[in-house]
Design a protein around this ligand. Structure first.
Ligand code: SOE
Length: 386
C-alpha cells in the first residue's frame, strides 16, 4: 500500500465514521483531535488510536501525518483547513468546505499553490448505483435531459426540543437544511447529470423559530437523553425546510425539496432524472436499487451486482450482489479515490473525488439560494459551476 498516514479533527458523529473507513483501507490513523484535551483523550481511547492531540498545532507538528481529515463544526473548517495546507498536509474536509464563497475560493487557491490534494466529502457520489446512474446519464442513454427533481429529508430536528450546533447560523452557516443536506443532493445531481445550474429560485421556512437548547452540547443524531434535560430558549434563524427551483444551462428544469422536520424520514435522499431516452430514479434508503423508466418497454429495477454494473460502478462495489452495501462504504470509496490520487502523483484535474472546486461551487450555490429566498426572485449563478 501507499503508507500514507492520517489524523482526524473532530470526534462527534462523523469523525468516527472517517476513522472506521480509513481503517478499512489500511490507512493508519495516528491520532484524533477533539474540541478539548478531554474529548481527544476519550475519543482516542474509544476508537483505539494512539494519540490524543492536545491542539491543532500539535497535530500539524506530527510529521508522520500526511493527510488531515476535518470533521469539526462548520465554522472551524476554513481556519483548520488553511492551517493544515500551510503545514504541507493534504486535506479531506467535511462539507461545507467553509462558511462563505470568499473563504472557499481562498482554500481552492491555497491548495493549488501548495500542490496538495484537497477533497470535500460529498460521499453520496460513491454509492455504486449512483456511479451507475452517472455512467448511464453521461453515455447519453437518457437522451436530452429535461428534468432533475427530488428531495433530501430527515426527521432528527422535528421537535422544538431537538437541538444541535447545526441549527445556529454562527456555527454552521446562514443556510441550514439546504447547506447541510441540500448540497449533497445538488452535488450528486450535478455530478450524475453533468448539468450546470444557471439560476435558482428559493422559498425557505423555519418551522421552529425558537428551540429549547439543552445546557451543554448535543451530538448530531444523538437520541434524547432519558429524563428532561435542563434547557434554555434559543432563537433560530436558519431554515428547517424549503424548496429550490432550478434552471440548468441548456434548458433542463429541476426542483429540490429539503426538510429536517419530516417525521419518519430518517435520512432520505431521492432523485428522478427524466430525458428523451428514459428516466432514472433512486432512494438512498434503498441504496442498492436503481429504477429505470422507459416509454416503450417495461420499466426495470437494477440491483447492485458487480457482474451487472458498468465498469466504473463495479469498481466501487466491494461485495457480490445481494450483499447490501451502504453509507459507511461510500466513505471508504471516497477516501480510496483520494488516497490513490495522492499516491499516484496524478495531476489535480484527474481527481476522481469531490475537490475543493466542487466544495466552492456548492457554497456559491448556497449563497445564490439564500439571496433568492431573501429577495424572493430568481438569482443567476455566477459563471461556470460545473
Ligand atoms: C446531519 O444532517 C447529517 O449528518 C449531514 O451533516 C450529513 O452530511 C449527512 O450525511 C447526514 O446528515
Amino acid at each position: 500500500m501507499h503508507g500514507l498516514q492520517a489524523a482526524v479533527v473532530g470526534t462527534g458523529f462523523i469523525g468516527p465514521v472517517h476513522v472506521e473507513a480509513l481503517r478499512r483501507l489500511c490507512v493508519n490513523v495516528r491520532g484524533v483531535l477533539g474540541s478539548s484535551g478531554d474529548k481527544s483523550r476519550v475519543a482516542a481511547a474509544r476508537l483505539g488510536v494512539d494519540t490524543a492531540y492536545a491542539s491543532l498545532e500539535a497535530l500539524l507538528a506530527d510529521d508522520q501525518v500526511d493527510v488531515v481529515h476535518i470533521t469539526s463544526p462548520n465554522y472551524l473548517h476554513h481556519e483548520q483547513t488553511a492551517a493544515a495546507l500551510r503545514a504541507g498536509k493534504h486535506v479531506l474536509c467535511e462539507k461545507p468546505l467553509a462558511m462563505n464563497a470568499e473563504e472557499t475560493a481562498s482554500l481552492v487557491a491555497l491548495a493549488a499553490e501548495r500542490g496538495l490534494a484537497a477533497g470535500v466529502n460529498y460521499n453520496i457520489r460513491f454509492y455504486p448505483i449512483c456511479v451507475e446512474a452517472r455512467e448511464r446519464a453521461l453515455s447519453g442513454s437518457l437522451g436530452d435531459v429535461w428534468s432533475v427533481v427530488g428531495s433530501y429529508v430527515q426527521d432528527w430536528l422535528t421537535r422544538p426540543t431537538d437541538y444541535n450546533w447545526r441549527v445556529l447560523a454562527d456555527r454552521a452557516g446562514a443556510l441550514r437544511a439546504v447547506a447541510d443536506i441540500g448540497t449533497h443532493w445538488l452535488d450528486l445531481l450535478l455530478h450524475i447529470s453533468g448539468l450546470e445550474v444557471e439560476a435558482v429560485m428559493a422559498d425557505l421556512s423555519t418551522v421552529h423559530p425558537t428551540r429549547r437548547r439543552p445546557v451543554g452540547e448535543v451530538e448530531t443524531f444523538a437520541a434524547s437523553a432519558a429524563g428532561a434535560p435542563e434547557t434554555e430558549p434559543v432563537d433560530i434563524d436558519t431554515e428547517d425546510q424549503g424548496s429550490v427551483l432550478l434552471r440548468f444551462r441548456g434548458g433542463a428544469h429541476g426542483n429540490l425539496w429539503v426538510s429536517q422536520t419530516t417525521p419518519g424520514r430518517k435520512n432520505c435522499l431521492r432523485f428522478e432524472i427524466a430525458g428523451s431516452g428514459g428516466s432514472l430514479a433512486w432512494n438512498s434508503e434503498n441504496p442498492n436499487e436503481l429504477w429505470m423508466g422507459a416509454r416503450d418497454e417495461p420499466n426495470a429495477l437494477m440491483l447492485r451486482d458487480p457482474s451487472l454494473l458498468s465498469g466504473a460502478a463495479a469498481g466501487r462495489a466491494s461485495l457480490p450482489g445481494g450483499h447490501n452495501e451502504g453509507f459507511h462504504d461510500t466513505f471508504k470509496e471516497c477516501f480510496r479515490a483520494f488516497y490513490e490520487h495522492i499516491a499516484s502523483v496524478a495531476p489535480a484535474e484527474d481527481a476522481a473525488y469531490p475537490t475543493f472546486a466542487d466544495g466552492h461551487r456548492e457554497v456559491a450555490l448556497c449563497e445564490a439560494i439564500l439571496r433568492s429566498h431573501r429577495e424572493q426572485r430568481w438569482v443567476a449563478t455566477e459563471g461556470d459551476n460545473a
